[in-house]
Design a protein around this ligand. Structure first.
Ligand SMILES: Nc1ncnc2c1ncn2[C@@H]1O[C@H](COP(=O)(O)OP(=O)(O)OP(=O)(O)O)[C@@H](O)[C@H]1O
Ligand code: SF4
Ligand SMILES: [Mg+2]
Length: 401
């Protein structure tokens, strides 16, 4: 009888890094990231060990066509426009930014669910953008995704057991008995019961469905899990449970997470490093603590300032974001943030800023990142009292490291 390995990947090399846990990057394997070849070259030269995931100058442009019969191209959506970063084993890199900035497109490119227009995605040094056939299937096993809406991603006609077993069937793992045993094990890992295998998605709550989505993602023992807004659709108390489950599984199996989220309280709890995206590019990336305590890019500052702070003395240090995000079909020249930036100068309108290294692993794509006056760190690290309470809720249920 063929068998299914009884437990997911290698023992955790690291741990996910709670607020007091040094991240894998800090422990020495660390990746830094930024836009453009300069940063990519800097990265490539400075780290001996290969990161689990390395993304270099990734681009996804969508042509916009008009006309039914003789459709002609009338524009280009620059959804992802030159993104570079690395992710180490056992590490969580959070990807944040306003709606439409290219987070999900980046996630899909990383998993090769869509083809890039340019750039490179490497898993342990192997470029996956040219893989096909068996090699691509092997990659699919190593990298999985958890979606925001587990209901939409689960086939309503498949029982939960069949849904969790499906990736094992696709990858030819185990026979029916071994897969059934593994399904029971996975249900236990995510806090569900073996009898849930015979039920259907509509019989579960949102939080339970997300647990099913997590079990399904772990079924093929991935090393990398892309979490695309995994808790955004859930109630706050359920969010804490699911976030803590993800952390626990990360510690247990050494998973690397590319974690997409809007909610900075969730990001602060989950991430080791944070990458801030704006109009298809990463504009700042840093260790979580550095980013929350001393953000350098005006956009990052505005994102943090957009969370109202109850302490009046902390208000007004940063002008909150005004105006709308420009269309990715008409990205402004020079610094793409200049149309909304309170510090914009003439240089910003004409020259695209390079990624400046502000500190170890801290890069910001702003001409003035090194000279802008620092913003005092707000108590609670830039989070509102409500967000801080939610963070405490997450921390209360945090698994023992
Ligand atoms: N298939 C497509 N064709 C054309 N444009 C697309 C396509 N997919 C995404 N886009 C555009 O690319 C941009 C980035 O989309 P994406 O879904 O990556 O954003 P996001 O950061 O995940 O946003 P959200 O936070 O709302 O999920 C958006 O302007 C979107 O409309
Ligand atoms: S380069 Fe100029 S416009 Fe862009 S973020 Fe920096 S100060 Fe603002
Ligand atoms: Mg998205």
């Amino acid at each position: 009888m063929s068998s299914v390995a009884p437990s997911p990947p290698q023992p955790s090399p690291a741990g996910g890094g709670g607020s007091d846990t040094p991240s894998p990057a800090q422990r020495g394997g660390g990746g830094t990231a930024a836009n453009g070849t300069r940063a990519a070259a800097r990265e490539g030269g400075s780290h001996a060990a290969k990161p689990l995931l390395a993304v270099e100058n990734l681009v996804k442009h969508y042509p916009v066509r008009r006309g039914l019969i003789l459709a002609r191209q009338v524009g280009t959506v620059r959804a992802v426009d030159g993104v570079s970063f690395t992710l180490n084993r056992g590490e969580t890199l959070a990807l944040v930014g306003e709606s439409g900035c290219g987070k999900s497109t980046t996630a899909r490119l990383v998993l090769r669910l869509i083809e890039p227009s340019a750039g490179r995605v490497a898993i342990e040094g192997e470029d996956i953008t040219s893989l096909s056939g068996a090699a691509l299937r092997r990659l699919r096993r190593r990298a999985q995704i958890i979606f925001q809406d587990p209901y939409a991603s689960l086939n309503p006609r498949l029982s939960v057991g069949d849904a969790i077993a499906e990736p094992m069937v696709v990858h030819g793992i185990g026979d029916a008995a071994a897969r059934a045993a593994r399904v029971r094990e996975l249900l236990g890992l995510v806090g569900l019961a073996p009898y849930h295998a015979d039920r259907y998605p509509h019989e579960f709550s949102g939080g339970q469905r997300q647990r099913i989505g997590i079990a399904r993602a772990l079924a093929v023992q991935p090393e990398l899990v892309v979490c695309d807004e995994p808790v955004s659709a859930l109630d706050v108390s359920i969010q804490a449970q699911v976030v803590n489950l993800l952390k626990e599984l990360q510690l247990r199996f050494g998973l690397a997470y590319l974690f997409i989220a809007h909610d900075l309280a969730v990001v602060k709890h989950m991430a080791d490093r944070v990458a801030v995206m704006y109009l298809g590019r990463i504009v700042e990336i840093a260790e979580k603590r550095a980013l929350f305590a001393a953000p350098r890019h005006p956009y990052t500052r505005a994102l943090l300032a957009a969370i109202p702070h109850p302490d009046p003395s902390r208000r007004g240090q940063v002008t909150p974001l005004g105006g709308d995000v420009p269309s990715p079909m008409a990205i402004p020249p020079g610094c793409r943030f200049h149309t909304r930036c309170p510090h914009a100068a003439e240089l910003c309108r004409t020259q695209e800023p390079p990624a400046l290294e502000i500190g170890p692993g801290h890069l910001a794509a702003c001409h003035f990142a090194a000279t802008l006056p620092p913003v005092a760190a707000a108590p609670g690290g830039g989070l509102s009292s409500l967000a801080a309470k939610r963070l405490a809720l997450f921390a209360a249920g945090r698994p023992a490291a």
